[in-house]
Design a protein around this ligand. Sequence first.
Ligand SMILES: C[S@@+](CC[C@H](N)C(=O)[O-])C[C@H]1O[C@@H](n2cnc3c(N)ncnc32)[C@H](O)[C@@H]1O
Length: 210
Amino acid sequence: MWIELPLLIVIVILLYIFVILKVIRRVWHFPAPAFIGRGLNSRPRKRIQPPRMLVEALGLRPGAIVAEIGCGPGTFTIDVAKAVSPNGHVYAIDIQQGMLDQLQSNIDREHIANVYPILADASGRIPLDEESVDFIYSVTVLPEIPDRIGALKEVRRLLKSGGLYADAELVFDPDWPLPRTVKKWADAAGFSFKKQLGSFLRYVLVFSKE
Ligand SMILES: C[S@@+](CC[C@H](N)C(=O)[O-])C[C@H]1O[C@@H](n2cnc3c(N)ncnc32)[C@H](O)[C@@H]1O
């Protein structure tokens, strides 16, 4: 009993903070602040949402040209860059320089040379050519972009015909949407749904540009 009560109190406090964050996010849209980068790139987070899941969901192979929307500190970028090496590369796009600085130090530490950071708003114009990318993915990013359908249309513009886009979401994200909500956004941007991996609490949805 002496250990259960403090545990219960911690769980209730965490739930309370989570609900408050969810309410704040409903009314106030802003990118996840760069200071949470360490938490995003932490070991417990990678256990809950393993970076390899994107590699498997998209069937990434050496030589592929990939873009990541909202790369943050590079939690997923590094595994993807290794999977497409040699000859392949990753464009790591984020709206915040603070996140790209963390990405740069993480890729430097791992001696990774096939990641190209790009500072851009995904719902605007990403400075890459039309139909120049084989695969695009985003992890816990889409719901925090106010114009998600605009961002998905931009993703579609960059993808080669037959290219795949994957979106991964996690219930612990205060912005977490249901899979059917993401499917609606993707449908509105002209994507075809291919498959879902995982449960509705932690999932990857894969879409194609026909
Ligand atoms: C919750 S973090 C997730 C970071 C990373 N994908 C991960 O899962 O560790 C969301 C990221 O998306 C970026 N972001 C938000 N809005 C964006 C936009 N309109 N264009 C590009 N990046 C954006 C934020 O700066 C932040 O790095």
